[in-house]
Design a protein around this ligand. Structure first.
Ligand SMILES: [Zn+2]
Length: 137
């Protein structure tokens, strides 16, 4: 079984709805070759892993979307989901993606402080957001 692991910077989002707080962390997407969904048992290839209220869950894309699609994850988490998907499926990466991956590499190597790297990642994400907002005009 070919195992390709994509590690994503832990992002924590807290949302409030009817005074219920759910914490959500997107963790990774794994290309497991031929496998089955840990949630429903359907056959598939890509396994998503995330953490919800402190519980780590795994499922294939369809179940992941059904289970977490209603959460207000925020634009940053949606971006990291997209990036992990591109990496797992070997899709072409753009300049923002490469920049973020380089910064995540720094984080993994411990080359710079997590605080500095996370600030840089936030900066790249806000530049991307500004660029996309301008494009929409
Ligand atoms: Zn499933």
């Amino acid at each position: 079984m070919k195992l390709f692991v994509v590690y994503i910077v832990y992002m924590v989002y807290i949302y409030r709805k009817l005074e219920i707080m759910t914490t959500f962390k997107f963790i990774e997407i794994k290309d497991c070759g031929h496998t089955s969904c840990p949630h429903c048992g359907a056959e598939g290839r890509y396994i998503y892993t995330w953490e919800m209220d402190g519980k780590v869950c795994s499922a294939m894309a369809g179940c992941y979307k059904a289970l977490t699609g209603k959460l207000e994850k925020g634009e940053d988490v949606r971006y990291f989901e997209l990036l992990a998907e591109k990496q797992a499926k070997n899709k072409p990466l753009n300049g923002w993606d490469k920049n973020i991956m380089r910064l995540q590499g720094f984080l993994a190597e411990g080359k710079y402080s997590a605080e500095w790297v996370n600030a840089k990642i936030a900066q790249v994400l806000s530049e991307r957001k500004m660029f996309l907002a301008k494009k929409r005009w």
